[in-house]
Design a protein around this ligand. Structure first.
Ligand code: SAH
Length: 216
């Protein structure tokens, strides 16, 4: 089986270049080996622009979505970033390439363990993976300069807006269980500004302020 994926990775980046302007995001995605975040049975598809199964009914996100969401966070380097929904850990790795510190939370214990393993193997020292607690997000380290939610919610959860610093950006898929729109929220001194970045499809965000396990 082929284990050198550099040509496939390069092709994916060339494809993303048509949609993504931010060169830093493209460079970051060119550095992170997506194949290490999926099982070897998925390797032939590791650089397809689509989500792939990672077990427990969950998926590693579609590369174009990772790029669009990362670009929408406007990261410049010094930020502390929260990701909700670690999954495979791939999105966390991309964030860690572009920000100072990444805190990521995941509700499925087996995925926490696997993501930690993959990120550890790649040598990241600026990512902390936590098992999700009772409150959505990770309030203990708030406020965050940026928050990326890797799962779909019925509305923008106020508890996450509360964990955002003034000037901070939150990107989250919002809509029904089966289709959502990507929403970018910017927190300002007195209010928040919301922007629609277009349609998308995500697995459900589960918890208070999102979907119940039964809905999902
Ligand atoms: N960003 C991931 C893809 C995540 S899939 C990647 O790059 O691979 C969405 C993940 O969100 C799933 O693993 C799911 O278990 C998790 N999730 C759903 N609700 C959650 C919550 N309330 N807190 C933390 N994780 C949650």
């Amino acid at each position: 089986m082929v284990t050198d994926f550099s040509a496939e990775r390069h092709r994916l980046i060339e494809f993303l270049r048509r949609e993504i302007r931010d060169q830093r995001v493209l460079a970051a995605m060119g550095r992170v080996p997506r194949e290490l975040f999926v099982g070897s049975s998925q390797w032939p598809s590791a650089y397809d622009d689509r989500p792939l199964p990672i077990g427990h009914g969950q998926t590693i996100s579609q590369p174009l979505m990772v790029a669009i969401m990362t670009e929408a966070l406007d990261l410049e380097g010094p930020e502390k970033v929260l990701e909700v929904g670690t999954g495979s850990g791939y999105q966390a790795a991309i964030l860690a390439e572009l920000a100072r510190r990444v805190i990521t939370v995941e509700r499925i214990a087996d995925l926490v363990r696997k993501a930690e393993e993959a990120l550890g193997r790649l040598g990241y020292t600026n990512i902390e993976v936590h098992p999700a607690g009772a409150t959505l997000g990770w309030p203990a380290e708030a406020p965050y300069d940026a928050i990326l939610v890797s799962a779909g919610a019925p509305r923008v959860p106020q508890v996450l807006v509360d964990q955002l610093a003034v000037g901070g950006r939150l990107v989250i898929p919002v809509g029904s269980r089966y289709e959502q729109n990507l929403v970018r929220v910017v927190k300002r001194e007195r209010d928040t500004m919301m922007e629609d970045l277009g349609p998308c499809r995500w697995v459900p965000l589960i918890g208070e302020g999102a979907w119940s396990e039964q809905d999902a």
